[in-house]
Design a protein around this ligand. Sequence first.
Ligand SMILES: NC(=O)c1ccc[n+]([C@@H]2O[C@H](COP(=O)([O-])OP(=O)(O)OC[C@H]3O[C@@H](n4cnc5c(N)ncnc54)[C@H](OP(=O)(O)O)[C@@H]3O)[C@@H](O)[C@H]2O)c1
Length: 322
Amino acid sequence: MDTSTSPFAESIALGQTALRIPRLGVGTWAWGDRFFWNYGRDYHRGDLEEAFAIALERGMAFFDTAEVYGMGRAERFLGEMLRDLPAQVVVASKFFPFPWRVRRAALGRALRGTLKRLGKARVDLYQIHFPWPPRGPDFWVSALADAVQAGLVGAAGVSNYNAEQMRRAYAILQARDIPLASNQVHYSLLHRAPEYNGVLHACRELGVTLIAYSPLEMGLLTGKYTPENPPGGVRSRRYSRGYLARIRPLIGLMREIGQQHGGKTPAQIALNWVMSKGAVPIPGAKNARQAESNAGALGWQLTAAEIAALDEASEKIHPPPR
Ligand SMILES: NC(=O)c1ccc[n+]([C@@H]2O[C@H](COP(=O)([O-])OP(=O)(O)OC[C@H]3O[C@@H](n4cnc5c(N)ncnc54)[C@H](OP(=O)(O)O)[C@@H]3O)[C@@H](O)[C@H]2O)c1
């Protein structure tokens, strides 16, 4: 791993761009989000500032945000924390294709709002959040290329694009001499769709970085939620007690494997597993403890046999499609 040319703990190139990012970043969906994550009750601004400081200290200075997170609060918080920072920090944000956004210029307007909240003249990575109608995936990728050529965006990315949409995005950008840097999709030990639907394969083939969101399956892979102690809020509807019981053998195996690596936690095993597949996880961290714990996924590697055992245990919960 090349650590000489970058301040990050372990760094890789973002797709085929000149930009280097750490192998592990930080997701900021929860930064200011009251509805899903309970911001303001379970954790506060000071907790996020501490998480931010730990991320920088531990070489995870790659933050993923979006204009819709906390209705702009996540970008604003991040912008305030970034102010006057000498350290090299990579910031990724996203354009949300609301149904009323039908003109190409809408992306430029949204981007200017993002830059204002972030307090930056240029965002390092800008992603189309979803390939949704009415305009669809290609339309917004062309608008993204305009923003790159206007110098407002360092690297162009997409999110939640399937393999075919991503290949088209790649070709549209390539025709304008812009590499498709990344595709951000849901990828964890409990959600391995990118391995089955061609997205991981396309990323490897085209040299596009797969950025893995919800790599801890929204906290489930930390092992702290059980049928007796389920998560609250929206997650209680998404993950039943029955499901929490079904994932127990996997969590047990993760604990066992963690012991072989000096007491690594299930969360650290989950993140190391994602990295072992060549993807860059961006676990959400709400406080210093979580950021510190997630940083413990860096600096060591699961063995091939351990990865195979984890694959097998996860397939017992979600069998691969035939
Ligand atoms: N592109 C997209 O459509 C999309 C969709 C979803 C997410 N994302 C991005 O991906 C990022 C991560 O995904 P995510 O937030 O959905 O899920 P995640 O990273 O799998 O889980 C994050 C949650 O797990 C808990 N947690 C994190 N680290 C922990 C630790 N070390 N120990 C114990 N608990 C810990 C925290 O919640 P509790 O403490 O409340 O359990 C935290 O909010 C987001 O922040 C966002 O940037 C993108």
